[in-house]
Design a protein around this ligand. Structure first.
Ligand SMILES: Cc1ncc(COP(=O)(O)O)c(C=O)c1O
Length: 405
């Protein structure tokens, strides 16, 4: 048999940290016995009952009625114009439409960045916790993901000294996710400026995944690193999945911020490769252009959901304080938090996966292990879970911990 491309590249599927087979196997075995597991770390707003705005759905129907079915419509100029308007008005970054590269998701924007920048053997630095897809693709491209520690006690801000030390002549970029999935960290301006300094000193880039930029609880919004980067090139990914509650429609973009025009060749490469990362379907692209032109309306529409998420965040922070054996740094944004379960480690469970497998078997609830995000000893909780499910889940967790520790 001929080898798979991935095998030829030496890609080690076992290194893909997600999802850990033991948890998946446990869930499948329980399903065979007719037992349903309650998932407590969801990240899909429509599946959690938050629909897209009606006016956006109407815009798709209208685009179809208007016959916007062609290749040309997938490249409608209204989409980059709308996104540039959103970025300018919301993030305060002065993008031109030509800086915006629409692709079918923010994940595709990350692939586009990797495709256009990486050579085999390159290194990418990311402060923990690391959204798993960043490392998956680094692996696939035979590049090294270099993890640096973050200060959990200081709102999960990255350790800038560690990042500075981690830079080598192979480093291509630093990748961040702000606000962060799964820690809920929102990086403050001091941190972002520190990252920009490191990138500037070493002539490397920053890739910033800002899919949760609108979802902050204690500050009005997260600062886009591009707003502070005067001459360091930044690639930013974002998309409509979370702000517009359309995770399944497939609209994302890469925004290239290079005000000093340091990397004109890279801009060309992104433009060429973008076409190979798929296209946004034509009626959706047309409606998305309209959606971004009206981003303030979307922001108003999503407020009840943001309020729900914030209420559940507050509830979870309080509830975790009552439970012995778990602690959580208060998440400031995104829809997740990352409690630790370290204190029970070594005594009862080998690691976070072992802990969660046992919890699933005994209590039929499931969280996502922190080791999926290179932060072992933790687990991800999601505030899209309903109030009722969170209450059931944390009661079960408390019972479980009391029984074992
Ligand atoms: C940090 C992060 N980046 C990217 C994505 C995916 O976004 P998209 O639907 O645009 O691919 C997610 C989805 O959960 C995410 O949590």
């Amino acid at each position: 048999m001929k080898k798979l491309r991935a095998e030829r590249w030496g890609y080690d599927f076992n290194e893909n940290p997600a999802p850990p087979p033991t948890l998946r196997q446990t869930q499948m075995a329980l399903a065979k016995e007719g037992k349903k597991v309650l998932a407590l770390a969801p990240g899909d707003p429509p599946a959690a009952g938050y629909p897209p705005p009606q006016w956006l759905m109407d815009a798709v129907t209208q685009a179809m009625k208007d016959g916007r079915h062609g290749y040309r419509d997938t490249r409608t100029p209204d989409l980059p114009i709308g996104i540039a308007k959103f970025e300018k008005e919301f993030s305060g970054v002065d993008y031109q439409p030509s800086d915006i590269f629409p692709v079918p998701s923010s994940t595709s924007a990350m692939v586009l960045c990797y495709l256009s920048l990486l050579d085999e053997g390159d290194e990418i630095i990311s402060p923990e916790p690391i959204y798993q897809q960043y490392s998956f693709f680094a692996n696939y491209f035979k590049c090294k993901m270099v993890k640096t520690e973050s200060f959990e006690d200081d709102r999960w801000q990255p350790d800038l000294d560690a990042i500075r030390k981690a830079v080598t002549d192979k480093t291509k970029f630093i990748i961040i996710n702000n606000p962060n999935n799964p820690s809920g960290a929102v990086y403050d301006d001091k941190t972002l400026k520190g990252l920009i300094d490191i990138a500037g000193e070493n002539e490397i880039m920053i890739f910033s995944d800002e899919i949760y930029t609108f979802l902050t609880f204690d500050v009005p919004q997260a600062t886009s690193v591009a707003k502070l980067a005067k001459d360091v090139p930044v690639m930013l990914s974002n998309g409509m999945s979370k702000l517009f509650n359309i995770t399944g429609w497939g609209v994302g973009y890469l925004a290239f911020h290079d005000p000093a025009d340091k990397m004109p060749e890279l801009r060309k490469a992104i433009g060429l490769l973008r076409g190979y990362c798929g296209r946004v379907s034509s009626p959706v692209a047309v409606a998305a252009g309209y959606g971004y032109q009206n981003w303030k309306r979307a922001m108003e529409d999503v407020q009840p959901e943001v309020k729900d998420i914030r209420r559940r965040r507050d509830w979870t922070v309080k509830r975790i304080e009552e439970i012995e054996g778990v602690n959580m740094t208060t998440p400031e944004g995104s829809m997740f938090g990352l409690p630790d379960c370290v204190s029970a480690h070594g005594k009862v469970w080998k690691d976070d996966v072992d802990f969660l497998v046992q919890l699933m078997k005994e209590e039929l609830i499931n969280f996502v292990p922190g080791s999926n995000y290179y932060s072992p000893g933790h687990f991800r909780v999601g505030f899209l879970s309903s109030d009722e499910n969170l209450e059931i889940g944390f009661n079960k967790l408390e019972k479980f911990l009391k029984r074992h520790t």
